[in-house]
Design a protein around this ligand. Sequence first.
Ligand SMILES: Nc1ncnc2c1ncn2[C@@H]1O[C@H](COP(=O)(O)OP(=O)(O)OP(=O)(O)O)[C@@H](O)[C@H]1O
Ligand SMILES: [Mg+2]
Length: 255
Amino acid sequence: MAFLEVDGLSYIFPGAQPVEALRDISFDAKENEFISVIGPSGCGKSTLLRLISDLLPVSTGQVRIGGEPSRAARRKREIGFVFQEPALMPWRTAGKNVRLPLEVLGRRRGGTSTPLQLLDLVGLKDFADKRPDQLSGGMRQRVSIARALTYDPRLLLMDEPFGALDQITRDDMNSELLKVWEQKKSTVVFVTHSISEAIYLSDRVVVMTPRPGRITEIIGVPLPRPRDSEMKRESEFFEIETKVLRALDARSVHG
Ligand SMILES: Nc1ncnc2c1ncn2[C@@H]1O[C@H](COP(=O)(O)OP(=O)(O)OP(=O)(O)O)[C@@H](O)[C@H]1O
Ligand SMILES: [Mg+2]
């Protein structure tokens, strides 16, 4: 049974000149499935994540998480969110940034791991006392991933977390993320502009059209796990890349 169900989701930003961001989006994700969403800039990917997480109220269509509306899942802290920008407090150390969601509630830990254990999980145990300006871009994103894992979210939403990183760092971060995910399994919806990143990470890739974002195709990635970056040089990987490219091009046909 699907863990995440997105059914007939449409969204128009209201205003003097309304912006139709999403049109009739439907897909689902099984428990612990890794889904990527790929599409051109402005096609509504961030809007989709905000609707799924109840940061933006759903007006048309439906989102269910574990059979419940997303508001219930959010209240139970079942949703983790990693934003496009790391969104860290500049004056707080890495450790204190990860601790922030707990401090607000006066708790020592949220789920099974303490903030320090989460920093260790993302390879930053020795950097707990550094401020964000003393960390690299990749490290800052690791801090925000650690923070998003505070409550052992059953659903992890990631909005182009590695978009600002250089290719080499990005490849490293992809492998790191898969290791973290192997340990802390959750259903992931990962937004990206990168076809190879989407394929490398995912079980399925959701391909979207330009705004208003619709789904052209959902492409399965039958590569075995655990994955390693060598797979990116195999013909099976190229074949999937071609499928995704075709689906991205197909937008004009369906548009
Ligand atoms: N608060 C808002 N009010 C009005 N329009 C908005 C608002 N937020 C986003 N939009 C518009 O909705 C569309 C989708 O935006 P969204 O940020 O979801 O795109 P995106 O796919 O995440 O783009 P990118 O890849 O550049 O991050 C865009 O045309 C954007 O201009
Ligand atoms: Mg976006």
